[in-house]
Structures are given as C-alpha cells and as structure tokens.
Design a protein around this ligand. Structure first.
Ligand code: BGC
Length: 507
C-alpha cells in the first residue's frame, strides 16, 4: 500500500507499509507489553493474602476485619510504595535513557531496558524481604524508563507519516494487552498458595526475554543513524523500511533535520527557548491530564476498588479482567480513528464521555455505599459497567495520545530530550496517583470520582483551545504546518529569526 502525505504544507514522501516495518513495530512494542504487565500486576498481587501476609502483615490484619471502613482498609504507605517505586525509578531513568537514545541509538536503549527488566523480575519474584522487593521494583522502573523513552520514538520515526498515529498507538495497544494478561495471571495465581504472587511477578520475564532477543533483529531508525553521521547506513535503512526506490526526498529532509540538530549543543537548554514552548508545554500537560483522568486509580487498584464496592476477592479480579479486555479492544478504535478523525476529535469526544462516567459512578457510591457494608448487586453492576465505558473512552484518546503527541511534535534537535521530559512527567504523575490513591480514596471516599471529573473538564478545555491537529503532517514539518499558523502558539514562533531551530552560536 503506497501512502503519500497529503497535508498541503508538508512534503510528500512516498512510502509503503512494509512487512519489515510491521515486524519492527511488533518487537519494539513488546516494551509496552512489559510496562502494561507491571501496571496490571501490582493491583492483583497487593490484593493477594499470601503476599500481604509475607510483606505487609499489618494490612493483612486490617483487611480481615471486614466491618472496618470500606474506603480505608488498604490505606498503607508501604503498600503504595510497592506499586509506586517503579515509577519513581522510571522518572529518573528516562533522562539517562534520553542521552543513550541520542548517543547510541534507539535500539541499544531498548536492549538496556530488557536487561533491567530481567534483573527486576528476578528480584521481585524471588523476594524474601521487603527491601529485595522494592529494589526489584526499582529495576523494573529503570526498564520502564528506558523502554518508554525508546519505543514510542522508534515507532514514530520508522512509521510513514500517514500511518504514524496508528503505528505509534501499537505501543499503547501492547500496554493494554500487558495489563490484561496481568489481570488474567492475577486471577489464576490468586488461588495458588502460598507462592502464586511469585508466579505473577515472574511472568514479566517472558516478554523481557522476547524484547532482549527481538531487539537484536530490528533496525535502527534512519534518523538516529544519520544523526550519528552514519549517512549511508541511514539511507539503506530508509530504503529498507519504506519499500520504495525513491527515498531521496525523505533522506534529504532527515539530513537537513540532523544538520540543524547537530548545531544544538545542549538540547535541554534549547528546550527552554520560546520556540520549544508549544510542544514542551503540551507534552508535559498531556501527562498530567492523562493521569488525572483517574485511569490508574482504576488500573492499579481495580481489584481493590471492586472489593471496596462489595465484590468478593475473586469476583473483583474477574471484573478487572473485563475492564482489561475492554481497554484492549477500545485501543483498536484509537488505532483506526487517529489518522482519520485526527487527534483533537478523540481528545474532545472522550473528555465528555469520561466526565459523564465519573459523575455517574461517584453519584452511585455517594448514594448507596456507606462507610461500612456493601453495594447492592444492581448498583455494583452499574458501577462496573460505567467503569468499563470510562475505560473505553480513555483507551482511544488520552491513553495513546499522551504518548503519541509528544513523540511527534518536537523537532529532531529536542525530540529525545523533550520526549524524556514528557516520559518523566508521566512517571511522576503516575507515581503521585499510585502513591496517593488509596489514601485519597480513604479521605475523599466517593468524592474522588468528582475530583477526577473536575480535572477532565479542565483538560477538555485545554484540548479545545491549545492542542492543534497533527494528523498526517510530516514529523519534521510541525513548526511550519502546526505551530506557526496556530492562534496561540504562533507568538512563540514569531520571536525567532529565519533559522529558528538553529541556536545562535555567538562567539
Ligand atoms: C498510561 C498508563 C495507564 C495505561 C492504561 C497508559 O497510556 O500511561 O498510566 O495505566 O495507559 O491503559
């Protein structure tokens, strides 16, 4: 299938969707699978009695007293630290990963990620005390930091512009598949005593091995090769992935972007310049907003949440499997629509959609769930249904677009650094939610859903006014086609001279 960039301002590069690109996409996206697995597994493991007994005996004691306050039975800073330590490590790691990504390439960064993952899996699955468990989580976090830095960039760079959105969302698709697999594994290992949790945590080893060997097979991106002066190899790589003979125009445009990039000695300083403001501000806020949709309150703690509203332990895990499946299926909708309706439509539609769900869930809990006791069957079912509808909306919008937009809107010279800032913001806000959610649930009770609803209004308005459409625009043409014409962001562009991307190197 030949595709040509259609945007009037963007250069038209011919490209086919080749089998080779497809294979590279699938292998790289395994990085997303591990990330998703780690997200999904913690909620289930922290709901397992064997695990709590071994590492968090106080929480286990409290949990046994079922008549205690519904909203607070899991509130424990150490338990939350188990979940959230991973994100803290990933936050720091993404900056190191960004330097490695630029200096050594996207491919070795993924290989480092898989090694960190393997060490982390060994330590967590074999943990004999809390320290070992937390150190294991930190290693998994380094893996996430490296993987989440390299994979989305890799995907955006090897994809033909016209298909970039859809191919990039394969990352998010794998994240959702990882979460689902984790939910299923949780469901079955919960009944394996006393070491089911070890199997659950050890499961991440399988995709880590796939990533390690798979990443030996994939190609380095042409951009990364040319950026490191390997022009001939870069040209060859481009020919291989595009599947057409005439790649000269695209090659020249990458060389041009690399020439500009090379003149920027310090990408982080460049990020502070006005011209970097639009992608930087949007990239950072997208992460804040993505996490303040409340998605991870659901994802990490779905089993805990469902138990809180009165499902038994196994029923709770099963409901998490249902939400996980919906998450995967709805991501396909995102893949299909993102290069058709564009990014803005998805962001706006889902804001309204998620807002309604939060309001309904919050109202039911407010009305029917007391501090003790359980929800009636009918109400609990309605809660699960609206959790599912909510997950749907997230899965085709703020979930994938939180990764896609920052990977495609920075110019090459700040792409890796800018994306690292976005990844680390994502990790920071994920950490914040992971660390705070159980306490927030305890303190705010049903109010937590209204809290997230409030943020969804803010993000919907932000998307409406400040997030421009990037569908179909060549990755190195954002400035001309997107920022310069934008009603608000153009002010940061006008301040620059004719060669705005080149830092003036005054003597
Ligand atoms: C987010 C994760 C979230 C997942 C849910 C990702 O895009 O970054 O924090 O758990 O989507 O599918």
């Amino acid at each position: 299938m030949a595709v040509v960039v259609t945007n009037a301002n963007a250069p038209a590069f011919e490209a086919k969707m080749t089998v080779y690109v497809f294979i590279c996409v699938m292998i790289a996206a395994v990085g997303g699978l591990i990330f998703g697995y780690d997200i999904g597994i913690s909620g289930g493991v922290t709901a397992m009695d064997d695990f709590l007994k071994e590492f968090f005996p106080a929480v286990w004691e409290r949990k046994r007293h079922v008549h205690e306050n519904n909203y607070c039975k899991y509130d424990n800073q150490f338990l939350q630290l188990f979940t959230s330590s991973l994100y803290l490590a990933a936050l720091v790691a993404s900056f190191v990963a960004s330097a490695i990504c630029s200096k050594l390439g996207r491919k070795p960064t993924m290989q480092f990620a898989s090694i960190f993952f393997l060490i982390g899996v060994g330590l967590t699955a074999g943990a004999v005390n809390l320290v070992m468990l937390i150190i294991g989580r930190l290693f998994l976090g380094f893996g996430v930091g490296f993987g989440n830095q390299a994979v989305p960039l890799f995907l955006s760079e090897i994809a033909p512009a016209q298909l970039r959105g859809g191919l990039n969302i394969v990352f998010q698709l794998m994240v959702t598949i990882g979460i689902l697999i984790a939910n299923i594994v949780n469901y079955f290992t919960a009944t394996v005593h006393p070491h089911g949790w070890r199997i659950a945590l050890g499961g991440a080893g399988i995709p880590a091995v796939i990533l390690l060997f798979g990443s030996l097979l994939i190609i380095e991106t042409p951009t990364s090769l040319i950026e490191r002066n390997k022009n001939e190899e870069g040209k060859e790589a481009l020919r291989k992935i595009r599947g057409v003979d005439d790649i000269n125009d695209e090659y020249e445009s990458i060389v041009h972007a690399c020439d500009i990039a090379r003149q920027v000695k310090d990408p982080y300083r460049k990020l502070l310049k006005p011209a970097s403001r639009p992608p930087l501000v949007i990239g950072m806020l997208l992460q804040f907003f993505q996490q303040f949709t409340g998605i991870n309150a659901i994802m990490f703690y779905a089993p805990v949440l469902f138990q809180t509203v009165g499902f038994g332990s196994n029923a709770a895990l099963l409901s998490a499997v249902v939400t996980g499946s919906i998450n995967v299926l709805s991501t396909f909708v995102g893949i299909y629509l993102v290069d058709r309706t564009g990014r803005r439509f998805l962001l706006l539609q889902s804001s309204v959609h998620m807002l309604i769900c939060h309001l309904i869930i919050g109202s039911i809990l407010a009305k029917d769930l007391g501090v003790t006791g359980t929800l009636g069957k009918a109400q609990a079912l309605v809660v699960v249904i609206f959790v599912c509808v909510y997950v749907m909306g997230f899965a085709w919008s703020w979930g994938p677009l939180g990764w896609l937009i920052p990977s495609e809107t920075f110019p090459l010279e700040t792409r890796s650094a800018g994306f690292a800032v976005a990844v680390s913001c994502n990790m920071f806000f994920t950490f914040l939610i992971a660390q705070a959610f159980l306490s927030m649930l305890c303190g705010m009770r049903y109010g937590i859903f209204f809290f997230f609803a409030g943020w969804i209004i803010v993000m919907g308005l932000f998307a409406l006014f400040f997030i421009p459409e990037t569908k179909g625009i060549a990755i190195d043409d954002m400035r001309e086609s997107v920022w310069k014409p934008h009603w608000f962001w153009k002010r940061y562009m006008l301040a620059e001279d004719d060669h705005p991307d080149v830092e003036k190197r005054s003597a």
